[in-house]
Design a protein around this ligand. Structure first.
Ligand SMILES: [Zn+2]
Length: 241
């Protein structure tokens, strides 16, 4: 189970924050965030088995995170990792249109897709019952592979109580939250568990001054490394017309 936390308008100066613990099989290879050249260029970690990703940022300031919804029932379908890359190709509205297009969501096994920019955010859920798109109004959204559980409610309460203030405070608080075993956001099972943790924090209206932290292992034992230079690189002269 993955855990995604979206904070909108909660942190002073950084109104869009997306944090994600990625839970995966221990033997599935991956690599940390990198710049994906293209139009638009993206910053995202890499799932080395499928070539896709689980969470990324585009140069336009769009963030997308995807979690599984239910098991992989049909191995012949497209990897859900490529869904993130598809949705980051345009703006938020284009992502919504793409998801709603006839036959698109059915190319994948069940998923949740969280799509957010500085202005708005929405959640897409796809399963046997079809696709549901819902705009997100709440300042705090928690997403896992399943529906709300008591753990998630407790998590929400913690965010409501402590998740406000300036970035240094929020950064420390978020990192502490993401490495917890009691909620549990950091998980350790026999053959799977939390493999990495990523945090994007963006100012309104773009990526200038945006922050990226990445822990290339379970955050309970792996320190977060500041990789904001990758967000900065999205604005490089090479990418701006
Ligand atoms: Zn842990």
């Amino acid at each position: 189970m993955c855990t995604v936390i979206l904070l909108r308008g909660v942190v002073r100066g950084l109104p869009l924050v997306l944090a994600m613990n990625r839970d995966e099989f221990l033997d599935r290879p991956s690599a940390g965030p990198r710049l994906w050249p293209g139009s638009p260029p993206l910053v995202a970690p890499v799932d080395l088995r499928s070539g896709g990703t689980w969470c990324g940022l585009s140069a336009s300031g769009l963030l997308v995170a995807v979690t599984n919804r239910g098991p992989e029932r049909d191995a012949g379908k497209r990897s859900r990792g490529s869904l993130v890359v598809d949705l980051l190709q345009g703006g938020r509205a284009e992502a919504g249109k793409r998801l709603a297009a006839e036959g698109y969501a059915g190319q994948f096994n069940g998923f949740h897709a969280l799509v957010a920019d500085a202005a708005k955010a929405f959640l897409a859920e796809f399963d046997d019952a079809g696709l549901r798109l819902a705009e997100i109004d709440a300042p705090v959204t928690i997403l896992t592979n399943g529906g709300p559980t008591p753990d998630i409610r407790q998590l929400l309460n913690e965010v409501d109580e402590k998740g406000t203030g300036t970035w240094p405070e929020t950064e420390a608080w978020l990192a502490a939250l993401l490495r917890r075993h009691d909620l549990p956001t950091c998980r350790h099972l026999d053959d799977r568990g939390t493999r990495s943790s990523i945090v994007f924090a963006l100012p309104g209206g773009g990526t200038l001054g945006g922050k990226l932290l990445f822990a290339d292992g379970p955050p309970c034992t792996t320190p977060y490394v500041d990789q904001s230079v990758l967000v900065e690189a999205l604005r490089g002269p090479k990418w701006t017309a």
